[in-house]
Ligand binder design. Sequence first.
Ligand code: PMP
Length: 430
Amino acid sequence: SWTNLRNSELKERAARVIPGGMYGHESTALLPSDFPQFFQRAEGSRLWDVDGNEYIDFMCAYGPNLLGYRDPEVEAAVQAQMERGDTLTGPSDVMVTLAEQLVGMLSHAEWAMFCKNGTDATSMATVVARAHTGKRKILVGRGVYHGAAPWCTPGPAGILSEDRGHIVYYRDQDPQSLADAVKAHAGDIAAVFATPFRHETFRDQSEPDPTFAREARRLCDIEGAVLVLDEVRAAFRLSRDGAWAAFGVRPDLTSIGKVIGNGQPISALVGAENMRNAASSIFVTGSFWFSAVPMAAAVATLKIIRESDYLERLERMGQLLREGLAAQAVAHGFGLRQTGPVTMPQIFFADDPEMRLGYFWTAAAVRRGVYLHPYHNMFMNAALSEADIAQVLQATDEAFDLLKAQDRTQLPLEHPPVRGRLERAALLSA
Ligand code: PMP
């Protein structure tokens, strides 16, 4: 049966020695209070919190877990490289192999540079683009997440307006808005940033849109600006190639993060031939950017991406989950908005402006061993089986039953800060 005593104890200890008790995207401050903050282990599709509660996990460490936690082939590569050494005076030979493989897999990429986090890769993209063009402006979708550096962090505290003095915002995924922004800053544009589809918190997702992709490419070509596709979140969950490759659209630079080491710390910036000189000219580095273990993990992960049916399994399980939930929602009389690609589900209740239904339902699922998220898109992983999805749907059915039995007007607004976030999200989408 469910307990969270150890989690509560740890949260109290953390509050004394970690600012705010926790920070960043893995803070549970905005989540229903039942959501555990601390975990002890994971295996395949499963995750255990510090109280020993077991979950089928749809967050996948906010993306990195693509093949299942502790995938045996990736683990073997990690162990073997650990025996030889990790962070050395120079990179190991595995770095060259990894770059060759990534370049071989991504049809628009001719070179690769490796770093640790998605923010490293997106920030490096701004530097390469400015080095290439000699121009200043970076166009980004309003409210779109590209990381937590001063030029892009969503939190304003400690950030100067000068830090964003040359950041220009357009309406995400809107070709006309992008065209207007390009026109307004013509002659001074270094880069246009885009994501493969809309995947922001607290918002419905979009599908990848060929019209927007082609227009972004066309505008960049006319202007001589660098097109940067930020695939930190979506890489290899839409395609084994770049997300816009199917549309015939080749970005100049692509930032990739999260999944390439199946959880090991590594990200990458890859680019087209025309970006090679600029990429060679900049100075970027980090003490751990050349560590061999994450690169060995990435070589093993990319091999599975190339050779297995992981993507088709993600799609099949995602489809099963979406159809199952849709049927349950109808049976219980709720409207459910399930948006974006099935491999990266985002789920909201209709007529739930303050998210009281969504918070209650996801918390009920968590107490039944299914880790769903009320406001962030989720991630499928290749270890999920049909039996897992059946177990998930059993739990969500009970959660719908429980929600239906509630008096809607009495459901708590569990976390008042959510209201502020919602208002901000509404402003951003306006
Ligand atoms: N870009 C996108 C699209 C992301 O989703 C994220 C992370 N959620 C980042 C950049 C930043 O990545 P990281 O947290 O690894 O720095």
